[in-house]
Design a protein around this ligand. Structure first.
Ligand SMILES: C[S@@+](CC[C@H](N)C(=O)[O-])C[C@H]1O[C@@H](n2cnc3c(N)ncnc32)[C@H](O)[C@@H]1O
Length: 230
């Protein structure tokens, strides 16, 4: 799975932000901003963003971080990491090429770990998802926060059906036209309809050791922000 995911993201990196803005009608911008606000409240001096892609979420975090807060940005795709390192806003961030399943950081390091629009890509199986979440838990300090921004399953059946139809028909086609990747957006669209709902993700977070799990649904439940504490 990892090799396939790696190939998909290396293929789509060059147009990744443009495709996201187009396919979400620009809504990914306020979604990220809101998640960064939730993440930033609580402070801390060392923050980590995993599966950071081109670094859009890290830029949002940077805007809200105190001057003494250091931000580490990590992803396993060289193409994505290169895009992040081109961003002037991230010139003081540490950018690291790393697999989120085995992070190159000691236990109890970070005050905050953030992931956005990547959880459903790292794996669709409950067991593997728990392995990733346990790794995020490991690198968090006791009392540290984990923030997850991800697509979700709207509880209204008509809205859920409309979302799945949209991803099946439009995301694949528009993603392919703009990015030139035939398989990339077919895979990404497929993971949206297959991903678990917000309640199930909360359960898995508890099973992975986190406490005080809560979530905010946005845009009719199309996306959710989960917050959990180590
Ligand atoms: C859909 S993109 C999301 C990027 C960014 N977080 C955002 O909000 O736009 C998913 C990212 O996760 C990265 N990724 C997927 N699996 C990974 C893994 N096992 N380790 C590190 N990065 C991974 C991909 O390279 C890609 O950049």
């Amino acid at each position: 799975m990892s090799k396939r995911v790696h190939k998909v993201f290396s293929e789509v990196a060059h147009q990744y932000e443009l495709v996201n803005h187009a396919l979400t009608f620009g809504l990914d911008i306020p979604w990220r901003r809101r998640a960064a606000q939730v993440a930033a409240s609580g402070g801390g001096t060392l923050w980590l963003e995993v599966c950071s892609g081109t670094g859009e979420m890290a830029v949002n975090l940077k805007k809200l971080a105190a001057s003494e807060t250091k931000i580490v940005v990590s992803d396993f795709s060289m193409a994505m990491v290169s895009k992040a390192s081109e961003k002037g806003e991230l010139d003081t961030a540490t950018i690291s090429l790393a697999d989120s399943q085995q992070l190159p950081f000691p236990d109890n390091t970070f005050d905050l770990v953030v992931i956005s629009f990547a959880t459903r890509n790292i794996t669709l199986t409950r067991t593997k998802l728990k392995m990733f979440l346990c790794e995020f838990y490991r690198v968090l300090k006791p009392g540290g926060r984990f923030i997850n921004l991800e697509t979700s399953q709207p509880s209204s059946t008509p809205i859920r059906i409309a979302l799945h139809l949209y991803t099946k028909q439009v995301v694949k086609l528009v993603g392919r036209i703009i990015s030139g990747s035939k398989t990339g957006y077919a895979y990404l669209a497929h993971t949206i309809s297959r991903f678990i709902n917000a309640e199930e993700l909360s359960e898995i977070l508890y099973e992975s050791g986190f406490s005080s799990v809560n979530y905010i649904k946005m845009t009719f439940g199309v996306v959710a922000i989960h917050r959990a504490v180590k």
